[in-house]
Design a protein around this ligand. Structure first.
Ligand code: CA
Length: 343
């Protein structure tokens, strides 16, 4: 009779199950949460009991729902999960260990954009639309097998309409079109969406540059960093993300300029100069794979000044003091030789 009573109590009481620790110490509200844009544009979320050690054998779900014109940005400031296979800072396998899975909605289906384990910091992700889900899994194990305290994770979230782009003037809240005018600033910076985090999938961003027509201005773009997933010729056929260029509104036929992708640009590719005052840089990502994107500078210049600069650069050998000195020595040697011949 007593034995039957003990079995009944153990079945009914969650505190005596294998997940008892979770049930006793972690409330479900710490573990399953929905964050809505209408309730707050930004905030933080953590694994249960952070920065204290989290329990094994639990799954937590954090759901983010923005307004239609918003994207969800999540920044994992600190991640320290149970991991013993190899270097926790460079984990090779995250499928059967404690992990964080980040999912987006692509045509109604949930799709992974990241599966992380071990340790990392400042990893920044963005959804291509108003939804994102973060799932934290800690696998079932004997508590005694934990060799060191693992804090779990701490992250920030934001609902953004600016795609994580902070320069230029945005055309409209839900459009990734940013305009840079010479009147506003002669030079500045611009980046791919969500930089320096991974750019969102299925996203097109346009950076429109407008120089002064009367001043015959042009714009010069210089890529300081560049990492765009794809293979040449960076087309949709090669399933590539890309950066392309357009001299819109300047000539009837827009000169064909090469698309850029990959994570290496030659010196020649790093600087792109417009033909006239109006120029457009177009970043486009598809539905698979992603990367860091780019950071670039822009500078409006008068076309004739740029031409002078170009010819000056072409002639820099002649203007180089060392080259100039060598040239004078050569002339002197030739002159002495000429005198000797005459004598
Ligand atoms: Ca891609």
């Amino acid at each position: 009779m007593l034995l039957s009573l003990a079995i009944l109590i153990s079945v009914l009481s969650p505190s005596l199950t294998s997940k008892g620790k979770y049930s006793e110490n972690d409330s479900a509200s710490d573990c399953v949460k929905t964050f809505k844009s209408e309730e707050g544009k930004e905030g933080t979320f953590t694994s249960p009991r952070y920065p204290e050690e989290y329990s094994s054998g639990q799954q937590c779900k954090y759901e983010f729902i923005g307004n239609p014109e918003e994207r969800v940005q999540v920044i994992f400031e600190e991640v320290q999960l149970y991991y013993i296979s190899n270097d926790a800072k460079d984990p090779t396998e995250c499928t059967s260990i404690d992990s964080i899975r980040v999912q987006i909605k692509d045509e109604g289906d949930l799709k992974d954009i990241g599966l992380f384990c071990g340790e990392m910091d400042n990893r920044q992700l963005m959804s291509p639309n108003q939804f994102m889900e973060v799932i934290f899994d800690s696998v079932e194990r004997e508590e005694s097998s934990i060799k060191a305290p693992f804090k779990g994770f701490k992250a920030r979230y934001k609902f953004l309409t600016n795609f994580g782009i902070y320069t230029g003037i945005q055309d409209k809240a839900d459009k990734c079109i940013f305009t840079f005018t010479s009147r506003q600033a002669k030079s500045g910076m611009f980046t791919s969406p969500n930089y320096p985090g991974d750019y969102p999938r299925n996203t097109e961003c346009q950076y429109v540059f407008k120089g002064e027509m009367e001043e015959e201005e042009i714009v010069q773009i210089h890529f300081l960093t560049f990492s765009v997933e794809g293979i040449k010729p960076c087309t949709e056929e090669t399933k590539s993300d890309s950066v392309s260029f357009s001299n819109f509104g300047f000539r009837i036929s827009d000169r064909k300029m090469s698309k850029l992708c990959g994570n290496f640009l030659s010196t020649h590719q790093r600087t792109v100069t417009s033909d006239g005052p109006y120029f457009r840089v177009i970043f486009k990502s598809n539905s698979v794979y992603d990367d860091k994107g780019f950071e670039a500078s822009y500078q409006f210049k008068k076309k004739k000044d740029n031409n002078h600069q170009q010819s000056a650069e072409n002639n820099r050998y002649m203007n180089n003091p060392a080259a100039s000195f060598r040239s004078r020595i050569n002339s002197l040697v030739f002159f002495v030789f000429f005198l000797l011949v005459l004598c």
